[in-house]
Ligand binder design. Structure first.
Ligand SMILES: NC(=O)c1ccc[n+]([C@@H]2O[C@H](COP(=O)([O-])OP(=O)(O)OC[C@H]3O[C@@H](n4cnc5c(N)ncnc54)[C@H](O)[C@@H]3O)[C@@H](O)[C@H]2O)c1
Length: 265
């Protein structure tokens, strides 16, 4: 009697296979977005490097090209809804589809809450919160048309916990958590999954100054870390691959914490 395989051959290999997928990565010119872009390209993903900073995007592009990966640069200011929708149209026209969106464009500004300037508040909320929202809308619509896609939003330990001098950033990342949950809920039966990654304090240009020097914000976070070590951008790639791939097909509306246990301490 021929017994049926419990799991078909190559099932797991196929689960993680991203060959031929098309990914748009915002903030791909620096830090976490750059690392995830190069990581995806190593798995045969066509990466669209979407950044407001052309020179930064070119650096990521050269790195991918040196490794014979597929990459294209697209200027994008995520705070413009119009630009987000225009890029989504262009990507589908030029590459046929969009399988993966990583929302990594973001920034921070430190200031006591009572004195937080309105222009900086607008800047952080427009970039981190509305930028993520617009991209989810624009690229999510394309994914809904094909009933297939995975969106990965860059959340933070600040989506759940507070730390000093970062009230606008914390408000924006709390919002990213709820964008992730609400879009995931509305699209849960329509083939598009929306998740997030919640990094600890990472080594990246964004935090280089605050994390290495003594600062109230960094010291507060470091005092609560289980071990005093910043995360490295490349340490997020495995989680991004998992969330982008069919391996995470039952996972949606979730923030996968890559925080070295910070929230559990
Ligand atoms: N670095 C950390 O410790 C850390 C921790 C948790 C979460 N995050 C989040 O991860 C994301 C990436 O952080 P990072 O450390 O890589 O930052 P980074 O400053 O190194 O990179 C951010 C990138 O976003 C781009 N960008 C800025 N404004 C833009 C706009 N309007 N449109 C398009 N692109 C724009 C920048 O040009 C830059 O290339 C952010 O959302 C950040 O909040 C970072």
């Amino acid at each position: 009697m021929n017994e049926k395989d419990i799991i078909p051959q190559n099932y797991v290999k196929n689960l993680f296979d991203l060959t031929g997928r098309v990914a748009v990565i915002t903030g791909a010119g620096s830090g976490l977005g750059a690392a995830i872009s190069v990581g995806f390209s190593q798995l045969g993903v066509t990466t669209i490097l979407a950044d407001v900073d052309k020179l930064a995007a070119e650096k990521t592009y050269r790195s991918i090209k040196r490794q014979n990966g597929k990459a294209f640069i697209s200027h994008l200011d995520v705070t413009s809804r119009e630009e987000c929708f225009r890029l989504a149209d262009e990507v589908v026209k030029d590459y046929g589809k969009v399988d993966i969106l990583v929302n990594s464009a973001g920034s921070a500004f430190r200031c006591p809450a009572e004195d937080f300037p309105e222009d900086k508040l607008d800047y952080i909320l427009n970039l981190n919160l509305k930028g993520t929202y617009f991209c989810c809308q624009a690229f999510g619509k394309k994914m809904l048309q094909r009933k297939k896609g995975s969106i990965i939003n860059m959340a933070s330990i600040g989506s759940f916990n507070a730390y000093p001098l970062a009230s606008a950033y914390l408000a924006s990342k709390g919002g990213v958590l709820q964008i992730t949950r609400s879009f995931a809920l509305e699209w849960r039966t329509r083939g598009v999954r929306v998740n997030g990654i919640g990094p600890t304090l990472m080594e990246s240009p964004l935090t280089a100054k605050a994390a290495k020097s003594t600062s109230e914000t960094a010291d507060f976070i470091k005092a609560r870390m289980l071990r005093p070590r910043l995360g490295l951008p490349e340490e997020l790639i495995g989680t991004a691959v998992f969330l982008a791939s069919d391996a995470s097909q039952l996972v949606t509306g979730e923030i996968v914490m890559c925080d070295d246990g910070y929230l559990k301490a």
